[in-house]
Ligand binder design. Sequence first.
Ligand code: HXC
Length: 515
Amino acid sequence: MTTKEKIERLRQRKAQLIAGGGEQRIAKQHELGKLTARERISLLFDPDTFQEMFLFAQHRCTNFGMAGKDLPGDGVVTGVGTIQGRQVFVASQDFTVSGGSVGELHADKICRSMEMALKSGSPLVFINDSGGARIQEGIDALNGYGRIFYRHVLLSGVVPQISIIAGPCAGGAAYSPALMDFIIMVEGTGELFITGPQVIKQVTGEDISAAELGGVYAQMSSGVVHMVARSDEEALHLCQRLLSFLPSNNLDDPPNYGTGDLIFAEDTFLNRVIPDNPRDPYDIKDVITRIVDDGDFLQIQEHFALNAVVGFARINGQTVGIVANQPAVMAGVLDIDSSDKIAKHVRFCNAFNIPLVTLVDVPGFLPGVQQERGGIIRHGAKMLFAYSAATVPKVTILLRKAYGGAYLAMCGKELGSDRVAAWPTAEVAVMGPEGAVNIVYREDIKKAADPKSARDEFINEYREQFANPYVGAARNLIDDIIEPKDTRRYLSLALASLRAKQELRPQKKHGLIPM
Ligand code: HXC
């Protein structure tokens, strides 16, 4: 064969491989509103920066008529490129090739990309569109998933790992995303479950559709999914936006978009945000968007545990992790799900050098038999653990209620908060005035000529004496009491002064976060 012929042969083979499962299957993918693996990659990366790796991988399975069957790229496109100028590795499963199922070589391509992401300190994006373990390859397929899981854990806390669920993901295809940091799911086409409806029907007799079982609404409310997109395009855009807040690895700082000047803009709206009646709700997102750069707040798990709000924003160009109670939902109380949600966010931010800003308006942990039976002690303890273990800068703002264990769990001073500022509306106490007077003044209220007005008086007295920020400030548990309008100024200066914060902890293999 001449050199010219060899080059021509290469061209043909490449074209064949790049065509994936062929026109018909690609058309079916498009009919379903899905992009192909390669279309997704070209939208994800900066133009002309993607370098593919292992295009020529071929399975070596001979079972079930697989001998000699051509599976282009073995059903996954892997490689590296840049997103907003920063290097990212990708695995994008090709559903047009054997349903994106994971065989030995398919898994090997993903594992090698993961290893390079680890070595070069680059994030990993995994676009899932797969029928799971390739049935014909048996144990080799299972083994492949085992290798992928193992590497997710090696990468965990070293480089950010983002999963996009852009098709059916069953079995291993569900556990791999679960081991990553964020799951973005496409509404309508994304499905995520360990076992599908048919198996469930067989085992338990329950009848359920795939969408009801593992669709976006089901997996958002289960807390598995972190962000929802209406299309592949939106999912890829969300992924880019998320990456813009994150460092490439745990030794890097997140990209800083600031000019170096601190912007202190006062916001008098904040002086009016807390209602006069302490029982009235308000939307904490109105506060968050007023104190961060350009009102730009990327919320994580927006539709799960709505009584807590977590996400990413910037203050003077520097990424911060926001954790807040949401007084507009269940008065912002902490329960099992919100504890899990907050603890996970705190752990992620700490692993990736992202300072934490905590906004507190919490009436306590939710009392109730169901919560106790569900292990609120174990789940709430995750917050105490995560905040105490976090060594990134931690700034806490007490807006209104900060009661009991929940006050501590929301990064109170003694959990290592570097700055605690309180608004004058803050009420820091063991419990709310209503509950407290019922215990402390029970006899006095009973004996009073007019028990109701006596109780009201005791409540006022308690609020004046204890449920305010001045007692905490007198004990140095609150660094300062500030006007709400000056919150951004306070955060700007505090974060700037904490930029070089270092905190050393005793050497150990790892702590034991309650699970
Ligand atoms: C081999 C598979 C496959 C698989 C799909 N295909 N899943 N091939 N192994 N796991 C192939 C089909 O044969 C078909 O090939 C092509 O992909 C498209 O599949 P369709 O069924 O035509 O597509 P659709 O109707 O859209 O249904 C998609 C699906 C369904 C819901 C994913 O294919 C399905 O239920 N697949 C099996 C899912 C599953 O149970 N996986 C094993 C999970 S266990 P052709 O050649 O016709 O295009 C697991 C264990 C891991 O993953 C361990 C974890 C702890």
